[in-house]
Design a protein around this ligand. Sequence first.
Ligand code: HEC
Length: 143
Amino acid sequence: MNTNCIGIIRAFWTLCGAMALAVPVLAADTAGDAARGKQLYHDHGCYGCHGFNGNTGARDLVATGSPLISDLGTFTMFLRLRADQAPLLPSTRMPNYPASALSDAQVRDIYAFIRTFKPDAPAVKDAPTLKAILDSAARPKGR
Ligand code: HEC
């Protein structure tokens, strides 16, 4: 093996070492605090349109597969772009959340909280009143 190869291999391992050190630091930096996020989610009225668990209201935030909540960067961009674009698209019903309303750190906390949501809507068979309504609606008129 010539010295060039050894140099490249050495550089590779140095890089791996640096990445191993950098990754936990980055992870700690991007991880929000879900408890603080819960408070913000309530204070800023998100629950009013998205439900306390993100699965009622105007738009589900749970188990939708939406790319807008697939990662923190896109979620942040969604809130920020809305703030910039919504005046041009006044048909959207969600309020704007520019950085002056929710800081990046607060958005991170809200994101951490949203990621704790689990789908918990009961199956139709487990909601007797809903089942009765659906059965009744399915029956032909007059019976
Ligand atoms: C007044 C009602 C309302 C409030 C308050 C509200 N939203 Fe929304 N949200 C909507 C509606 C309606 C949509 C559907 C898209 C649109 O109109 O822009 C939406 C869409 C979203 C989406 C995208 C969902 C998807 O399907 O991809 C996310 C994420 C979201 N809201 C998060 C939040 C957060 C976080 C807050 C609080 C900081 C909040 N919303 C407050 C009404 C609201």
